[in-house]
Write a protein that binds this ligand. Structure first.
Ligand code: ATP
Ligand code: MG
Ligand code: FE
Length: 341
């Protein structure tokens, strides 16, 4: 099969053509970083308008690159949530229009499922079930991925996401936007033991993540004037790594057998975090799978791939499928925890 994937849930607009065998025939991406930089974060209204301008030219470029036309695709997969609703609507409505015009099936993809299945695009041998650490701008979760559409959430953050903590730390340190890559660069020059910082929930029997206390401690350290930016960045990264590794270790011990430890989402682009998780997997005698960096941050290849996995199972959506600002992968866990988490 050949699937057209569309992504527009945050601040990257992207279109990709992906095959059911996991070949990315083409991928075109436009980031809106420069448009949001003056505001230090994503402005939803600017994002939605920029998706409108960027999406169709990217779709055309993706087809030109692959030397294919709309008639050649088997289905159109578009992110239908969760994310900034204006952007999600642009991508989903575009997907519906293309599907309708070409009489092709539409597949509404959960953006988080895109991240969750992206390791199977990177490594075609990766089998279910695997333990996924999903660390992105809006999420920090441990999921037992049992099949396409089958996710059991073992942990989530009770306050900030890991990527959010990176972005807020960058802002506090005056490192600019987007924060993650800037903090990573500064951390390479700093002393990871230079600043004493807390490791929220580490060593406790609570399975979840928490980064708000760490963020406040970073703020106090920055305001004290006692530490260099590089040392704060390095110590912050070390604290995040300790939290991610401890929580993931706990989940691995309680997850009831998995084929691999897998990491996905934008924060998985961080090399220090990847190598710490790789060592953790080795301690558990498990393979470690991390998608290449370009597939960790938002992209359309993962949406096309999730579409291909769904298409192979006959999971097609109707034209009335809604755009959803919130859309948990494991609704049962969501309900059990109550509102907010
Ligand atoms: P979600 O997927 O939860 O809806 P999102 O799509 O905004 O959120 P992603 O694009 O998957 O998130 O990831 C972006 C996040 O990853 C940002 O918070 C960014 O700071 C972080 N990030 C990107 N590169 C790095 C890096 N090298 N080190 C740490 N964090 C990083
Ligand atoms: Mg982004
Ligand atoms: Fe994302």
């Amino acid at each position: 099969s050949i699937i057209l994937g569309l992504e527009s849930s945050c601040d990257e607009t992207a279109a990709a053509l992906v095959t059911g065998e996991g070949v990315v025939l083409s991928h075109k991406l436009a980031t809106q970083e420069a448009q949001h930089r003056p505001y230090g974060g994503v402005v939803p209204e600017i994002a939605a308008r920029a998706h409108v301008d960027a999406l169709m030219p990217l779709v055309e470029a993706a087809f030109a690159d692959a030397q294919l036309t709309l008639a050649d695709v088997d289905a159109i997969a578009a992110t239908a949530g969760p994310g900034l609703i204006g952007g999600v609507m642009v991508g989903l409505v575009t997907g519906k229009a293309l599907a309708h015009a070409a009489c092709k099936p539409l597949i509404a993809v959960n953006h988080l499922e895109g991240h969750a299945l992206s390791p199977r695009l990177a490594d075609r041998d990766l089998a279910f079930p695997y333990l996924l650490l999903l660390v992105s701008g809006g999420h920090c979760q441990l999921l037992r991925v049992e099949g396409v559409g089958q996710y059991r959430r073992l942990a989530t953050t009770i306050d900030d996401a890991a990527g959010e903590a990176f972005d807020k730390t960058a802002k506090l340190l005056g490192l600019g936007y987007p924060g993650g890559p800037e903090v990573e660069k500064a951390a390479l020059r700093g002393d990871a033991k230079g600043v004493p910082l807390p490791r929220p929930l580490v060593g406790t029997s609570d399975p979840h993540f928490s980064f708000a206390g760490l963020k406040s401690a970073v703020m106090r350290a920055a305001q004290s004037g006692k530490y260099t930016t590089d040392d704060i960045a390095a110590s912050f990264t070390a604290a995040v790594i300790d939290c991610l590794v401890d929580r993931t270790d706990r989940a691995l011990r309680e997850s009831g057998g998995v084929s691999a430890l897998v990491v996905a989402g934008g924060v998985a682009a961080n090399r220090a975090i990847r190598s710490a998780l790789e060592q953790l997997a080795a301690r558990h005698d498990l393979p470690f799978v991390a998608p290449p960096l370009w597939l960790c941050t938002d992209n359309a290849a993962m949406i096309g791939w999730a579409g291909a996995e769904r298409y192979a199972l006959g999971l097609i959506d109707g034209m009335d499928v809604p755009a959803r600002p919130r859309w948990p992968l494991d609704p049962h866990a969501e309900k059990a925890r109550g509102a907010g988490i």
